[in-house]
Design a protein around this ligand. Structure first.
Ligand SMILES: [Zn+2]
Length: 146
């Protein structure tokens, strides 16, 4: 086990990682705030369960859901690097996150998935190919050293 669910629920990203206009900006202490905090807890709890059961579909779903709090989506972006399969790459590569921090985490995670499967993306057609490939099996272009 890389981390436990409890840790996940209560550990929050450091303040540097919080963009302006983020979830924190809504922190006022009113009822709206409580609903919001509940949404974060719920999201983190779903993620913790999905992580344990390696349910990458659920993690991708939360990551792509623009109605989820940014913090939940950021955690999902991080997790997909640990449990994501190659099939997770296309949906998250095709999405626009509108948040630099989440986008950066997604890029890191895609890199991690490729490392795990010894793959990369063809620089011409963007299909997933073997890291060692010299010719792309999809578009036939020369990808040696590219
Ligand atoms: Zn190609």
């Amino acid at each position: 086990m890389l981390f436990d669910a409890w840790d996940l629920l209560f550990k929050t990203p450091n303040s540097k990682a919080e963009p302006e206009n983020s979830d924190l900006a809504l922190r006022a202490g009113g009822p709206k705030d409580q609903v919001f905090q509940g949404k974060i807890k719920k999201g983190f709890s779903i993620l913790a369960g999905a992580y344990v059961s390696k349910d990458s579909v659920t993690v991708v779903r939360l990551l792509l859901d623009a109605t989820e709090p940014q913090r939940v989506r950021l955690k999902a972006a991080e997790m997909i690097g640990d449990i994501g399969e190659l099939e997770a790459i296309d949906p998250i590569r095709s999405a626009r996150f509108g948040n630099e921090i989440i986008q950066k985490k997604v890029d890191e995670s895609v890199k991690k998935i490729h490392e795990r499967y010894f793959t990369r993306e063809c620089p011409f057609c963007a299909e997933i190919i073997k890291k060692r490939a010299k010719i792309c099996k999809h578009c036939g272009k020369d990808v040696a050293g590219k």
